[in-house]
Design a protein around this ligand. Structure first.
Ligand SMILES: [Zn+2]
Length: 602
């Protein structure tokens, strides 16, 4: 006896045997039970999901004469004829090879006569989208007013190619890809019936390859059964189907993410040695990244359609990286795949792309980075004892002479202003006791600038003016939301926003908001009484706080006392040792390239 392929052997003979497609099956069965079957039905969906199977089952059920509640009975003469394939009143037409108008005319001629042995004539046209426009037009009239003894069943993989005039005359059923779990249990059952035992990982591979198509999966199973072994192991499936081993793929994915160049390139070598189709392989690799991204997004696990243990494996890797990192790597990979398509040297192109992906590093979300910065600033504040010596986060001890400097607790960091009395003295004191500034000895200076007390612009004001200001939770809002506030002001008065942007620093003290300007010209307009009122109003509107706004501008007298502080060189030096700059360089893992001071810097 000739060998019958699994797909034909296991073709469902009842609606209950259909794999997947439950909603469609239920609707069809209900229409049969209520005798309300449409005269033209169109099944659409990807290959191997059961379109023709359902059409044949409907043909059987419509003509079934058996005594059963759920036709087809598979026992009556009509059912048996259809099963054996010699039913006279069932026409199965392949739309691809009978696509012309003449074939449709011939068919229409046949439909004029009543069925020979069954109750109805049933026409199944597979791949109906292949019909020519004329052929479709010839069908139109018949579809609109079909003879009472005729039923049409159409099947198509390309619904969009069917003229709308035909679609509107048919009852449409869209068949979905079969979920992995259903395919898996179906294949398992068939394997057992055939006397094979499949490892669960091997089964998962077959299901993955089937991509929701029952027939594809069955063809693969056929191929593996022909391999001969009764115990089917994962290695066998990998070998027979020419797949990339999951392990190699995972190894490569991890290598790309961890920045392990050797692991990635060696895995690629293994894949090439295996003779794997490059397009196939890159698709698998992208699939891996997609799975990682989906596992990383909460609530998306249902989209994965993978066995539990594989999801767990993906989760383990995915949660080591930010979603942004995974996304960026996938994007780079997709770009590479696009390039490889036209490359004469796909291997070289792929290796280069892998190195590029690795070199791209990991993405830290801006929010996390800001959080990190915030943490460091907080630490900076906490490290400083409330009454005595200031010490920056770097842990360097400032010279003793600075220890006496008052430490404003609530100070938002601001750039050192050389024109202020207290400010200038601190670094000077540091310089006196410290060795000449080099890259390593810049620390004391840094310590000094960080502890600059904020006082009123008047030199006569005691340096303790800003002392003991509590850190209010809302202070952070002013700093964080300042750019938003400037934007808000921009909506009211553009010039005012521009002038606000020119401020060197902004900070809130107890009851006041200090806007520091190194160049008084920049705030001259703002300081006018009526503009000040506007600014006060905007501030109140935006921050819901009524603070007195004070402009802090350099005092000429002070500047004269500390002439060297005004030189661009010293300014640059101070900026270079600015804790915020150092911290930013540390957080972004960068270095200061150029420091510009003076008017041009703006
Ligand atoms: Zn029957």
């Amino acid at each position: 006896m000739s060998y019958l392929v699994l797909a034909r052997k296991s073709r469902p003979q009842t609606f209950a045997e259909v794999v997947g497609q439950r909603p469609v099956v239920k609707t069809l069965q209900n229409s049969l039970a209520r005798k309300r079957v449409a005269h033209a039905i169109l099944f659409s969906g990807v290959r191997g999901v059961g379109k023709t199977t359902l059409a044949r089952l409907m043909a059987k059920a419509i003509n079934c004469t058996g005594e059963t509640e759920t036709p087809p009975c598979n026992a009556c003469p009509s059912c048996r004829e259809i099963t054996l394939g010699n039913a006279l009143d069932l026409y199965e037409i392949d739309g691809a090879s009978n696509r012309g108008i003449q074939e449709i005319r011939d068919l229409k001629d046949k439909l004029r006569f009543l069925p020979t042995s069954s109750r109805y004539k049933i026409i199944i046209i597979d791949e109906v989208h292949m019909l020519t426009t004329e052929a479709f037009n010839a069908l139109l009239k018949t579809l609109e007013e079909p003879p009472a003894h005729v039923y049409f069943m159409f099947a198509t993989t390309e619904l969009h190619k069917i003229p709308i005039t035909i679609l509107s005359r048919c009852q449409q059923y869209e068949l979905k890809r079969v979920p992995a779990a259903e395919l898996s249990s179906h294949f398992q059952r068939l394997a057992l019936l055939e006397g094979f035992e499949i490892e669960s990982a091997a089964l998962a591979l077959i299901v993955r390859e089937a991509e929701g198509s029952v027939r594809d999966g069955l063809s693969l199973l056929d191929q593996i059964f022909s391999f001969g072994e009764k115990q089917i192991r994962t290695e066998d499936v990998v070998e027979v189907l020419g797949l990339v081993d999951r392990e190699v793929l995972m190894c490569l994915t991890a290598g790309l993410l961890d920045g392990d160049r050797a692991a990635a390139l060696l895995a690629l070598d293994e894949i090439f040695a295996f003779g794997m189709d490059i397009r196939r392989f890159t698709a698998d690799l992208m699939g891996c990244f997609r799975n990682l991204i989906l596992t990383r997004i909460e609530g998306c696990n249902s989209l994965l359609d993978l066995p539990e243990q594989e999801i767990a494996l993906f989760k383990e890797i995915a949660f080591r990286y930010s979603l942004e990192t995974l996304h960026m790597k996938l994007n780079l990979l997709m770009e590479a795949v696009e390039e490889i398509r036209y490359s004469a040297q796909p291997r070289l192109a792929l290796e280069t792309a892998f190195l590029k992906i690795i070199e791209s590093g990991n993405v830290i979300p801006v929010a996390a980075l800001l959080g990190h910065l915030e943490e460091m600033l907080q630490k900076c504040r906490n490290d400083t004892p409330p009454t005595a010596s200031p010490s920056p986060s770097q842990g360097a001890q400032p010279p003793a002479s600075i220890k006496e400097q008052p430490q404003p607790q609530g100070q938002l960091y601001s750039r050192p202003d050389v024109s202020e009395n207290a400010v200038v003295q601190a670094p000077q004191a540091g310089k006196e006791s410290a060795p000449p500034p080099t890259s390593t000895t810049a620390v004391p200076e840094k310590a000094a600038t960080l502890t600059l007390p904020e006082s009123s612009p008047a030199p006569s004001a005691p340096p303790t003016a800003a002392k003991n200001i509590e850190l209010h939770p809302h202070e952070r809002d002013i700093r964080r939301d300042w750019p938003d506030f400037v934007k808000y002001v921009q909506g009211q008065k553009i010039w005012m926003a521009q002038d606000l942007q020119r401020a060197d620093s902004v900070k809130q003290t107890d009851q006041e908001l200090h806007l520091r300007y190194s160049d008084p010209v920049n705030c001259a307009l703002l300081r006018q009484k009526e503009n000040r009122q506007f600014l006060n109003e905007y501030f109140l509107d935006f921050f819901q706080k009524n603070l007195k706004i004070r402009f802090i501008i350099p005092d000429q007298q002070d500047a004269a006392e500390t002439p060297e502080a005004d030189t661009p060189q010293s300014k640059r030096q101070q900026l270079a040792s600015d804790p915020l700059v150092i911290m930013a360089a540390e957080v972004f893992n960068g270095q200061v390239g150029d420091i510009r001071v003076g008017q041009q810097s703006r």
